[in-house]
Design a protein around this ligand. Structure first.
Ligand SMILES: NC(=O)C1=CN([C@@H]2O[C@H](COP(=O)(O)OP(=O)(O)OC[C@H]3O[C@@H](n4cnc5c(N)ncnc54)[C@H](O)[C@@H]3O)[C@@H](O)[C@H]2O)C=CC1
Ligand SMILES: O=C(O)[C@@H]1CCC=N1
Length: 267
């Protein structure tokens, strides 16, 4: 039997998850967004069934995926609480920082809630997900369905909720750090006289090749870096400059800022 996933909020992340799940034949996707063009695009592109309202999406769904911005979660769950109370449903929230006890309070019923933290590479089936399955009202069938569905969009880590802020700062926000570093490398290439197209193509291949090596090699990441740093060579000149500029400390501090912000959003 098919499970119905009702996705509310079809922006960057909700849209990515719909695209990623659209190939599954055990799932019917229903969606609602205030922005009609988002529903239309996903209806045409991957067979999403548009709902006339958030309440209708909830009424039709077995799993309700809440993919609106954190500040919109409370009014949305309050509005849909009567429909959520119909029984047999499950709330999945990807909102950064909003804890399960708050989600339960807003939904106002004994509906089980699951917190999920995705990242945007889910758009191409290469996401990294954290999922918190601690709600005692969750059935084994629901847990199995959720982990399996997320598994078709990328790597899944079942985590306790207390680890969610760290995961959000590292992997949820993480693609932005990687793209930020890529932008800087591209600018360096252009500074040295490469065309922007050349520098962009080279940088994409550099990052995907390095990630492939890190994944497929048994060597520690630090050893892989040392292998590039020839004695008195070009690379050690660059990494010494990064150390002198405290780039590593700055990255650690930046990720910690995201962690603090995630904690703050949960208050
Ligand atoms: N963008 C990212 O990389 C990640 C985002 N998240 C979380 O995902 C959630 C969504 O983020 P984005 O997709 O980036 O935001 P977005 O702004 O791209 O999409 C949000 C969508 O929700 C719609 N919306 C707002 N209120 C609504 C309502 N009451 N009913 C129906 N639709 C409504 C908006 O029209 C918009 O299309 C956030 O809570 C964020 O914390 C989590 C991990 C990664
Ligand atoms: O920046 C944010 O708040 C969201 C959560 C993780 C990635 N984007």
């Amino acid at each position: 039997m098919k499970s119905v996933i009702g996705v509310i909020g079809l922006g960057n992340m909700g849209g990515a998850i719909v695209r990623g799940l659209s190939g599954r034949d055990d799932v019917t996707l229903v969606g609602y967004d205030h922005n009609e063009s988002r529903m239309r695009e996903l209806a045409e592109g991957c067979g999403l069934e548009p709902a006339a309202s958030a309440v209708e999406a909830v009424e039709r769904a077995d799993y309700v995926l809440v993919a609106v911005k954190p500040q919109h979660v409370k009014p949305l769950l309050k509005e849909t609480a009567p429909a959520l109370a119909q029984g047999g449903k499950c709330v999945l929230s990807i909102a950064a920082g909003i804890m399960t006890d708050k989600l339960r309070k807003y939904a106002g019923t004994s509906v089980p809630v699951v917190r999920i933290m995705p990242n945007t590479p889910a758009m191409v089936g290469a996401g990294v997900f954290a999922v918190c399955l601690e709600d005692e009202n969750l059935t084994d069938g629901q847990k199995a369905f959720i982990t399996d569905a997320l598994g078709s969009l990328g790597q899944v880590h079942v985590l306790g909720e207390r680890q969610f802020d760290a995961f959000t700062a590292l992997a949820g926000s993480g693609p932005a750090y990687v793209f930020y570093f890529m932008e800087a490398v591209i600018e360096a290439g252009v500074t040295m006289g490469l065309t922007r197209t050349q520098a962009t193509d080279m940088t994409k291949a550099l990052f995907s090749g390095s990630c492939k090596l890190a994944e497929e090699s048994d060597r520690h990441i630090s050893v892989l870096r040392e292998m590039v740093c020839s004695p008195a060579g070009t690379t050690i000149a660059a990494t010494n400059h990064m150390d002198a500029s405290a780039v590593r400390a700055s990255i650690v501090e930046a990720v910690r800022k995201a962690y603090e912000r995630s904690i703050e959003l949960g208050k």
